[in-house]
Design a protein around this ligand. Structure first.
Ligand code: AMP
Ligand code: GLY
Length: 442
């Protein structure tokens, strides 16, 4: 689809007469990267970001609106004649924002990028996702699910597995619900704590699964609910705070794209063994999924296995994937909503992209904020805001992950060099970043 094919689903006029009015929900580095890409499209007349951040205000209009306030989102969509809503984070999707807007006759016709509650369960319930994979023969770790009445059985199952032992809270836990334990004794104790309410109702059920050995990567696709899909450039993220993948997990300390070990053969296997059966499975199960699917994969000696699904883009993967997506994103989103993705392709930029995350000292534990940030304008990189705020006209730190320093390069090495240079140049009190992003795959 190109510009001239576009017709507004609401007023029926062509793009030239009526550019799209888009509402992007979210406020992190992922949303700044999505906004940066969407704003480049000639199809877009107005891009609203709710609530956005100081970075998104440079490419669109920030709106003081919480994505979790469904009635407020619906009112905004109606009052501003929004044509398309793109949901960045998972929580509103898992809570049923798409269902809410579809149930209101005034917003039902608005294109919505993100699955309804039934599809978002791929991320919102680990047990649902595992059962889906099993049902559709999608390669994943062997597993069983247990509730509070099954602790003895769960421990018996644990004894059949070789450490490390993987325990996952069934529900959403802001990335903290997966525990990997070195011994059966520790796993048994963690199991009791989880079933006892360590993560509230999210761990009322616990998935215990086989540990997968290999190297991880993230693959993304847009899925149109009609059997159509388009695979976006892949990426690898770095989750631990410390160099050499040590220390606690974070929201993500950096990313690279492309992923050198994800060669054409491996990506062919990903498409045939993971993406196609997932898309087919959604249709077969009657789950009308329109949105991003994030496949968290393990490359197990050349065979892809699914660690998890997410119903959104990754963060900080989006901060490299959007640089590498050469195609206009907006026609792809439109075709996702229309169910016409089949036959479309996402053209990748031949350059490499790297992202180095600048975080507040102390993160992922507690950290002070409100420190002035200098040097963003001078950096050669595309600097995406993750946790920043404006205070009396000064840009200050406002979160654990502060800025994503993303760069192009002829090679991954060049892209990383530019990001490290930007990461050094940009400064705020307590700044920390990992200097080894990408070094494992170079
Ligand atoms: P998840 O939230 O399911 O992505 O899990 C968080 C992290 O735990 C993943 O990114 C992996 O690094 C690790 N992990 C989860 N499941 C497994 C598994 N079965 N084997 C090895 N590592 C895993
Ligand atoms: N980077 C991993 C995630 O977004 O969940």
């Amino acid at each position: 689809m190109n510009n001239s094919d576009f017709t507004c689903p609401q007023c029926g006029s062509a793009a030239a007469e009526h550019g799209l009015r888009l509402l992007l929900l979210g406020s992190g580095g992922r949303e700044h990267a999505l906004a940066w890409k969407i704003a480049q499209s000639p199809l877009v007349q107005t891009l609203y970001i709710a609530p956005g951040n100081p970075g998104t205000s440079a490419v669109g209009v920030n709106v003081a609106l919480s994505p979790s306030d469904f009635p407020a989102v619906a009112t905004f969509v109606k009052e501003h004649s929004v044509d398309m809503v793109v949901c960045g984070p998972e929580q509103p999707l898992v809570d049923g924002l798409a269902d809410y807007l579809a149930a209101d006759p005034d917003t039902a016709g608005v294109a919505f990028i993100g699955p309804k509650k039934a599809g978002a369960a791929l991320e919102g319930s680990k047990d649902f996702a595992k059962a889906f994979m099993l049902r559709h023969c999608i390669p994943t770790a062997a597993y069983r699910t247990f509730d509070g009445t099954m602790a003895a059985e769960a421990k018996q199952y644990l004894r059949t597995l070789t450490p490390p032992l993987v325990l996952k809270a069934d529900g959403l836990c802001a990335g903290k619900g997966v525990l990997i334990l070195p011994t059966h004794a520790e796993a048994g104790q963690a199991l009791d704590e989880m079933l006892g309410g360590k993560f509230g109702t999210a761990s009322a059920r616990v998935v215990i699964e086989e540990y997968l050995h290999g190297i991880e990567l993230s693959v993304f696709a847009l899925v149109d609910g009609n059997g159509g899909y388009v695979i976006l450039p892949e990426a690898k993220d770095y989750k631990r705070i410390g160099e050499g993948d040590t220390g606690p997990n974070t929201g993500g300390m950096g990313s690279v794209s492309p992923v050198p070990f994800a060669d054409a053969d491996f990506m062919r296997r990903v498409e045939e063994e993971v993406v196609k059966p997932t898309v087919r499975g959604l249709v077969e199960d009657g789950i009308p999924y329109k949105g991003f699917v994030f496949f968290g994969l393990m490359n197990c000696g050349g065979a892809p296995k699914v660690i998890e699904y997410n119903c959104r883009m990754g963060d900080p993967e989006t901060e490299t994937v959007m640089l590498r997506l050469k195609s206009d994103l907006v026609p792809l989103l439109q075709a996702t909503a229309d169910g016409t993705l089949a036959g479309m392709q996402a053209e990748a930029d031949p350059r490499a992209a790297a992202c180095v995350m600048l975080v507040s000292g102390g993160y992922p534990g507690s950290y002070p904020k409100g420190f002035p940030i200098i040097g963003t304008a001078e950096a050669e990189s595309v600097v995406f805001h993750a946790g920043t705020a404006e205070k009396d006209g000064t840009l200050v730190t406002a979160g654990g992950r502060v800025l994503a320093v993303s760069s192009y390069g002829a090679t991954l090495k060049d892209a990383l060099a530019t990001s490290f240079s930007g990461a050094t140049q940009i400064d705020f009190q307590g700044k920390y970043f990992r200097r080894d992003i990408g070094s494992d795959v170079l």
